[in-house]
Ligand binder design. Structure first.
Ligand code: DSN
Length: 415
């Protein structure tokens, strides 16, 4: 980055340090991934200079002939990839996509039924500390205390009691498949809209290795950067009759100018996600997560729902005498990056909860498979159980180095 190096050596150095960190550590945050070089290149283009408020052929600024083609391509590719009637690719993030849906379908004070944050929901699904929790009247369903699974009968009961105008399915820390057909039935039983936030599992949906929410939901929201492995951003899919409302809510309702460089990168991401090799990648993500969870089970660490169907695993690390924060720090010291997370019915606070969330999307992007998962899983167990054993710590550091060297990312990228 010769221009940056000349104009701002501090930022240039920090960017290159972050590239090195990403190359040298094992990234196991379930919501992170390594976008392709093509996606990264697209984000760094002159498309960033343009203002294009409005939509293709309906802009409030001149000079948008090329931007129109780019956005239309992104829309078409999203619609084709997910077999959706309508797509809006402008949301800057998943949270903004969610807010746009509420703005389109609800009035302030309307009732929402969503998954509780501690059970795997998301801040923007109506948490009290979030704007959505302040504007709308939000009720929550959880998961079964014993199994950790969504209890659909309970959701149906809560829907009957509260009569929400919108039901939200989708989660950030739920390791199992969600029955969208059942959610549709529940929504229909009370005349509610159904929104599915598929941000975490959008890549799995694109590859058809996870239940498809599109046929069942009125609206589906997502990010593009998690399992989908694109640029950082959001998008919305919906039924045809809601398209105009959704578009109006995104712009001018919630956002101003779209990020055209990011929209172009979303188009690149949707093209990549339509390839056969992407399907194989998603299948491997799940195989890797399943093997990893077996290693934890064999080592006596409690796994929420006893396993996984997806890209993520949620451990209750209090089962081995640690808090989530302690576990995160132990792993971080040797270059394994994960995040502390609430578990269902957590008795600890969100600042230092009982859980540790782990995911396989980024490791799988590096090309790692079952054998590496066994090695990494065992290393995590040994470290968490013996955090002060210098021999184990040193051996693990060496192993992380070996693995990251053997499975490199961004081989040609130098900052
Ligand atoms: N922050 C994301 C995650 O880590 O799951 C959700 O938006």
């Amino acid at each position: 980055m010769k221009y940056l190096a000349k104009s701002d050596s501090q930022i240039n150095t920090l960017v290159s340090e972050e590239l090195k960190r990403q190359k040298d550590e094992l990234e196991m945050i379930a919501s992170e991934n390594y976008a392709s070089e093509a996606v990264l290149e697209t984000m760094g283009t002159v498309l960033s200079n343009k203002y294009s408020e409005g939509y293709p052929d309906k802009r409030y600024y001149g000079g948008n002939q090329i931007i129109d083609k780019i956005e239309q391509l992104a829309i078409n590719r999203a619609q084709t990839l997910f077999e959706a009637d309508h797509a809006n690719v402008q949301p800057h993030s998943g949270s903004q996509a969610n807010q746009a849906v509420y703005l389109a379908l609800l009035n302030p004070g309307d009732k929402i039924l969503a998954m509780d944050l501690a059970c795997g929901g998301h801040l923007s699904h109506g948490a009290k500390v979030n704007l959505t929790g302040k504007i709308y009247d939000v009720y929550f369903y959880g998961v079964d205390k014993e199994t950790g699974l969504i209890n659909y009968d309970d959701v149906a009961k809560l829907a009957k009691i509260h009569k929400p105008k919108l039901i939200i399915a989708g989660a950030t820390a739920y390791p199992r498949q969600i029955n969208f057909d059942r959610f549709r039935q529940i929504a229909d039983s009370v005349g509610a809209y159904l929104m599915v936030d598929m941000a975490h599992f959008a890549g799995l949906v694109a590859a058809k290795v996870y239940p498809d929410p599109v046929p069942f939901a009125d609206v589906v929201t997502s990010t593009t950067h998690k399992t989908l492995r694109g640029p950082r951003g959001g998008f919305i899919l919906c039924k045809k009759h809601l398209g105009e409302q959704i578009d109006k809510a995104v712009f001018p309702g919630l956002q101003g100018g779209p990020l055209d460089n990011i929209i172009a990168a979303k188009a690149v991401c949707f093209k990549e996600a339509a390839a056969l090799k992407f399907k194989k990648y998603q299948e491997q993500i799940i195989r890797n997560a399943k093997i990893l969870s077996l290693v934890f089970a064999n080592n006596g660490i409690k796994i929420i729902t006893n396993g996984t169907d997806t890209h993520l695993i949620l451990l209750d690390v209090t089962s081995i005498g640690l808090s989530g924060g302690q576990a995160e720090k132990i792993l971080e010291k040797i270059g394994i990056i994960a995040n502390k997370n609430l578990i269902p019915y957590d008795t600890r606070s969100a600042k230092d909860p009982s859980g540790l969330r782990l995911g396989t999307p980024a490791l799988t992007t590096r090309g790692m498979k079952e054998n590496e998962m066994k090695t990494i899983g065992q290393m995590i167990c040994d470290l968490l159980k013996n955090p002060n054993d210098k021999k184990i710590v040193e051996k693990s550091k060496k192993k992380v180095k070996e693995l990251t060297k053997k499975f490199p990312i961004y081989k040609d990228l130098e900052y």
